[in-house]
Write a protein that binds this ligand. Structure first.
Ligand code: AMO
Length: 435
C-alpha cells in the first residue's frame, strides 16, 4: 500500500483543515457517482461524511469500477465545497481499494426505502453503518461511562458477578437451564443474590452493569431474553427513600451529562433530552389506583397494574405533577418478591417509571433472616431451596436496599426509540440468536 494508514485523519478534522492542505482519509465509499467528466465518492467514517471529487479522467475510470460500501484509503487536497451544504471537500489525488464490497447490497443504505427491523437486524453490519445507529451506541457507551462516573464518585464499588449460577432469584418461570458436567446450571436472571452478599461482606455500596437472562416467551417492544442490567445496592439505609434519592440524582446527572457530551449525536437523532426536576414525585400504589378510578379504571388493592393501565397512570401523573419521571411506592407485598421488606400488607418495594413505563424496580430488603425465612414460606416457597441466598444473612447483614434497571430500556425510552431492539447491538429474543 502506497498511502500511509498512520497518516489518516477523520472527516471531522478535514472540516477544520485549511484549504490547500494535503491529507489522507480512509473509510467506506457510501455512495459513488461517476458523471462522465466528474466523479464523486461520499466517504463515511466514524465522524460522518466527506465528499471526494475528481475531474481526472484516469481516476474517474477507476472510480466508476468502485462499488458502494467498499473500503478505501484516499489522498487529496482540501478545498471549499461548492455544494449547498458548504464545508470542505477533498480534491482527489489518489485512492486505493482496501476491500471491495459486493455490487448488490441486501438492504437499502440510502435511507430512501424503509427496511423492516427484522431484516435490518439480519444485516446488522449494514444497518449499523447508518450514522444514526452509530449515534445511538455512542450515547449508550457514554451512558454507561456517566453512570460509572456518578457511582464511583459516590462511594460505590463496581462488581462483576457470575452469570452461570446454581439457582435463580427472580422466579422459576424465566430461568434458562443447561447441563453443567451432569449438574443443572442456570443463566443469571439478576445480580440480586451477589449484590446483597457483598453488603453482608462489608462492601457498603456496590453496582454492576452486566448481562442478565430471562426466558421471556413474550414478544413485546420492551422485553429481551438477554438484557444489560444496571444493578445497585447500598447498606445502612433508614428506608427505601434513601435509595430513591440516589436513583433520582443519578438519573438527572446522567441526562445532563449526555446533553453536554453527546450534543452532536442527540442533534443527529433529533432528540431533545428533558431534564426532570428533583425530587421526583413519590406516587403510592394506592394513589395510582385512585388516579385510575378517575378515568373509570377500577382496580382493587393487590391487583397488578397492567401495561396499558401503567401508561394511563403515566398520563395522569404528568397532568397532576407535570413530570414524566416518578416513583410508584408502597406496592402490596403480594406483587413484590420475597426479599422485599414489608410493613404489614404494604411493602417497601418501588418502581421507577418514565413516561408510564417501568425502567427500574427495587426496594428496601428484608435483612432479618428469621422474617426473611417466613416471607419465603409465605410466598409458597421452600426455604431449603433458598439456603444459598439465606447463608450471608446469618453472619451479620446491615439494613439495605437497591434497584435493578435495564440499560436497553433506558436507552430506548430516553431516545424515544420504538422498539427495545434498536437500543441493542445484537438483540436476543425467542426467535433471534444471530448475528
Ligand atoms: P426486575 O425483574 O423488575 O427486578 O428487573 C429490573 C429491571 O430490569 C429490566 N428488565 C428487562 N429488560 C429487558 N428485557 C427483560 N426481559 C427484562 N426484565 C427486566 C427492566 C426492569 O425494570 N432484582 C430485581 C431488582 C431489585 O430489586 O434490585 C429485578 O431484577 O428495566
Amino acid at each position: 500500500m502506497a498511502l500511509d494508514l498512520h497518516k489518516r485523519i477523520l472527516s471531522a478534522e478535514v472540516q477544520s483543515s485549511k484549504a490547500g492542505s494535503q491529507v489522507i482519509v480512509a473509510g467506506w465509499a457510501s455512495e459513488v457517482k461517476s458523471l462522465g467528466k466528474i466523479a464523486f465518492i461520499k466517504l463515511r467514517d466514524r465522524e460522518g461524511y466527506l465528499q471526494l471529487v475528481s475531474t481526472d479522467f484516469k481516476l474517474i475510470g477507476r472510480i466508476s469500477k468502485l462499488t458502494n460500501e467498499s473500503v478505501i484509503i484516499a489522498s487529496g487536497k482540501v478545498q471549499k465545497s461548492k455544494a449547498k451544504a458548504g464545508g470542505n471537500e477533498l480534491e482527489l489525488k489518489d485512492f486505493e481499494v482496501l476491500s471491495l464490497a459486493e455490487p448488490k447490497l441486501p438492504i437499502d443504505m440510502s435511507g430512501k426505502i424503509e427496511t423492516d427491523l427484522s431484516k435490518r437486524l439480519d444485516y446488522r453490519v449494514l444497518d449499523l453503518k447508518n450514522p444514526k445507529n452509530l449515534a445511538i451506541f455512542k450515547i449508550r457507551s457514554q451512558a454507561n461511562a456517566s453512570t460509572r462516573d456518578f457511582l464511583l464518585a459516590n462511594g460505590f464499588i463496581e462488581m462483576q458477578t457470575p452469570k452461570l449460577v446454581a439457582a435463580g432469584t427472580e422466579g422459576g418461570a424465566t430461568l434458562f437451564q443447561a447441563d453443567y458436567y451432569g449438574k443443572k446450571v442456570f443463566l443469571s436472571q439478576s445480580q440480586q443474590l451477589y449484590k446483597q452478599y457483598l453488603l453482608a461482606a462489608g462492601f457498603d455500596r456496590v453496582f454492576e452493569i452486566g448481562p442478565s437472562f430471562r426466558a421471556e416467551k413474550s414478544h413485546t417492544m420492551r422485553h429481551l431474553t438477554e438484557f444489560t442490567h444496571f444493578d445497585f445496592e447500598m447498606a445502612f439505609i433508614k428506608d427505601e427513600d434513601d435509595v430513591l434519592k440516589v436513583l433520582e440524582q443519578w438519573f438527572v446527572f446522567l441526562l445532563k451529562d449526555l446533553k453536554v457530551k453527546c450534543k452532536k449525536e442527540l442533534e443527529l437523532l433529533g432528540t431533545a433530552l428533558e431534564i426532570p426536576k428533583l425530587p421526583f414525585p413519590r406516587v403510592t400504589y394506592e394513589e395510582c389506583l385512585k388516579l385510575l378510578s378517575t378515568i373509570s379504571v377500577k382496580l382493587k388493592f393487590g391487583n397488578d397494574i397492567g401495561t396499558d393501565d401503567e401508561k394511563k397512570v403515566g398520563e395522569l401523573v404528568k397532568k397532576k405533577y407535570k413530570t414524566n419521571s416518578y416513583f410508584i411506592t408502597k406496592y402490596p407485598f403480594g406483587l413484590k418478591p420475597f426479599y422485599i421488606m414489608t410493613d404489614g400488607e404494604v411493602s417497601r418495594g418501588f418502581d421507577f417509571e418514565y413516561e408510564g413505563e417501568e425502567l427500574a424496580s427495587g426496594g428496601q430488603r428484608e435483612h432479618r433472616v428469621d422474617i426473611l425465612t417466613k416471607q419465603i414460606k409465605g410466598k409458597g416457597l421452600n426455604p431449603k431451596d433458598f439456603e444459598f441466598y439465606l447463608m450471608p444473612f446469618r453472619y451479620g447483614m446491615p439494613p439495605h436496599g437497591g434497584f435493578g434497571l435495564g440499560i436497553d430500556r433506558l436507552i430506548r425510552y430516553i431516545l424515544k426509540l420504538e422498539n427495545i431492539r434498536e437500543a441493542v447491538l445484537f438483540p436476543r429474543d425467542p426467535e433471534r440468536l444471530m448475528p
